[in-house]
Design a protein around this ligand. Structure first.
Ligand SMILES: [Zn+2]
Length: 222
C-alpha cells in the first residue's frame, strides 16, 4: 500500500454526490438493516461504479489497486470499487466518496464483506507516508516494517491479512518484479525520479520500498 491523494471539491465525482443525496433521502429514518434491504431491492437504480467514478479513480490511483498497488490491466472493466465501511454494515455510506477506494478484483474479493476494525484499518487516503508501514523482501514476501512501533506494525499486519497481501500469486509476481528491478540497469536512472503514473512500475509499493532502501543504504541496498 502507498498513500493516495483523494480528489475533493470540484474534482470529486459529481454524479456520485447526487446519487448519494438521493439514496440518503430514500433511506432516511431507516435502520441499517432496512436500509440494506432497500438498497438490495433498488440496486439497479443506484450506481457507484459509473464511467465518471472510473475516470476519477483512474487518475487518482494511476490505474492501480489501492492495496496491492499493482497496475490494473484493462482498468475500465477490471477495476472494482472497495467500500471501506462495508455496504452491508453501513448502507448510508454506499455512495459516500470518502468511503470508496479503487481495488483490483482479487484484493476486493479477498476482503469480501469483513467489517473493518476502525482502530487497525489504514486508509491510504488518510495516512501520509503509508509506504513506510510495509517492507518487501527479494523473495516477494511482504512484512510490517520493523522500524515502526509495535502498535503501528499491528495495523500493517491487519491490512496484510484483511486483503491477503501475502497471497502466493502476489509474492511470486513481486519476486519477479524485484528481480527485474535489481538486474536492470535502466531502473537505476528510472529510480531517481519516481513517476507513479508509469505503467512500467508494476508494483508501486515494491518500487517505493526499493527506492527508499537505496536512499538509506546506497546503491546496493535492499
Ligand atoms: Zn489489489
Amino acid at each position: 500500500m502507498i498513500s493516495i491523494r483523494r480528489t475533493y471539491k470540484n474534482k470529486a465525482p459529481k454524479q456520485l454526490a447526487g446519487t448519494n443525496r438521493t439514496f440518503k433521502a430514500a433511506i432516511r429514518g431507516m435502520s441499517a438493516k432496512d436500509a440494506w434491504q432497500y438498497y438490495k431491492q433498488h440496486e439497479k437504480h443506484y450506481s457507484y461504479n459509473t464511467p465518471e467514478t472510473k475516470r476519477i479513480f483512474r487518475n487518482m490511483n494511476f490505474k492501480r489497486c489501492s492495496f496491492c498497488t499493482k497496475v490494473i490491466d484493462d482498468f475500465d472493466t477490471a477495476m472494482t470499487v472497495e467500500h471501506i465501511e462495508t455496504k452491508h454494515d453501513h448502507p448510508q455510506k454506499i455512495f459516500q466518496w470518502s468511503n470508496l477506494l479503487c481495488a483490483c478484483q482479487t484484493c476486493n474479493t479477498k476482503r469480501s464483506t469483513t467489517p473493518r476494525d476502525r482502530k487497525q484499518y489504514l486508509d491510504p487516503t488518510r495516512i501520509p507516508d503509508l509506504e513506510r508501514y510495509f517492507s518487501f523482501l527479494p523473495d516477494g514476501t511482504i512484512h510490517p516494517d520493523n522500524s515502526l512501533p509495535p502498535e503501528e506494525q499491528q495495523k500493517a499486519d491487519y491490512m496484510i491479512r484483511l486483503y491477503r497481501l501475502d497471497r502466493k500469486d502476489l509474492e511470486c509476481e513481486r519476486r519477479e518484479f524485484f528481480k527485474n528491478l535489481l538486474e536492470s540497469d535502466s531502473f537505476s536512472s528510472f529510480l531517481e525520479k519516481q513517476d507513479p503514473s508509469s505503467q512500467n512500475i508494476i508494483f508501486l509499493s515494491v518500487f517505493t520500498y526499493y527506492r527508499r532502501c537505496r536512499e538509506r543504504y546506497g546503491q546496493q541496498g535492499r
